[in-house]
Design a binder for this molecule. Sequence first.
Ligand SMILES: [Zn+2]
Length: 320
Amino acid sequence: MKNMEKKNHMETSMSPVHPEKMRTAAPLPDTVIGPQIDYLKGYLLEEIKDGLYWVTDGAYQAMFLTTGEGVIAVDAPPSIGENYLKAIAEVTDESITHVIYSHTHNDHVGAMSMFPDDAVYVAHQEVADTLAKRNDPNRPVPIITFEDKYTLEVGSQKLELTYYGPMHEPGNIFIYAPNQKVLMLVDVIFPGWTPFKDLAMAQDVPEFLAAHDKVLEYDFDTYIGGHLTRLGTPDDVQIQKEYFQDIQASAGKANQEVSFMAIGQEVGFSNPWLVFQIYADAITQQCADEVVPKWIDRLGGVDLFTYDHCWKISESQRID
Ligand SMILES: [Zn+2]
C-alpha cells in the first residue's frame, strides 16, 4: 500500500511532494499504538478519571473537566475545532466557563475564540503579553494571568497551574489535576514517539532537557502531551529522558572528535560558512548515526527527527 501511494504520487505531475523529497520511514514500533479513532466521527473522547476528559483527532490532544458549575477547557487545537464542542456536549449540558492556555502556539490554541465570550480565559503573563502583540481574534487575550502559580477551583474540580520558565516557549505551563493525578504539559514529552524536529521547536534547549526531571517530580498517573496517538505515563517520560541523554552524550562526543580546523584545511577557508556547514553536518551526522540504531525500536519517528535533535543539542552545547 505504501509503495502504491508512492508510485501514484510520483506519476502525478501536480503532486505536492517533490519526488526527490518523497521519503519512506522505518516501520513504527508498538510504542506508538493508541486507542482507535473513528475517523468518520473525527475525534475520540475518553474520560480519564472523575470528570476529566481528553479529546483527540490522532494528531492533537486537548482536555476538559466537568465541575458541576461549568466546564473548564484546556487548549483548542484548530485540527479538532468544533468537534471539541461536540465532545463536551456528549457528556454535559454545562456551559464552558473557564478556558486555559497551555501556551500561545496557534496549532494548539487557534480555535480558542469558539468558546463563549463570557468565559474566563486564564494563562501565564508571558502568554498574555505575546497574544496582545499577535492581535489574533482566534486567540483572545486572557483575562486572568499569573507569574508563578495559580490554582483554579471550580465546583468539584481543581487545577494547579505552575510556571517554571521557558522550556518549549515563554509562558508554557504545567497543568496538574491533583485529584485525578493527571499532568498536562504540551510540546515537551511525546509518549511513544520522538518529539517533532528540533526538540519540538524548543526555545530553550537546556530548560527543555531539564523539563523531564521537573515532570517526574509530579505525582501523576497520566500525562497529556498535546500530540499524537496516546496518553503517557511516568515511564514514557523516563524513556524520553534516556533518549535525550543518549543524544547529549553522542553530540558531546562528536563535538570533541570532529575538528573544525581539519575540515577547513581540506575545504579551504575562503567561504567560512561552507566550512561551518560541513563541520556542523559532520557532528550532527555522527550523533544521529550512533543514536538512531539504539532507539529505532523504542520510539516512533526516530529515523525522521533524531538528526534534527542532534543538530539542536550539539549546537546548544557549543553556544548555551
Ligand atoms: Zn507549541
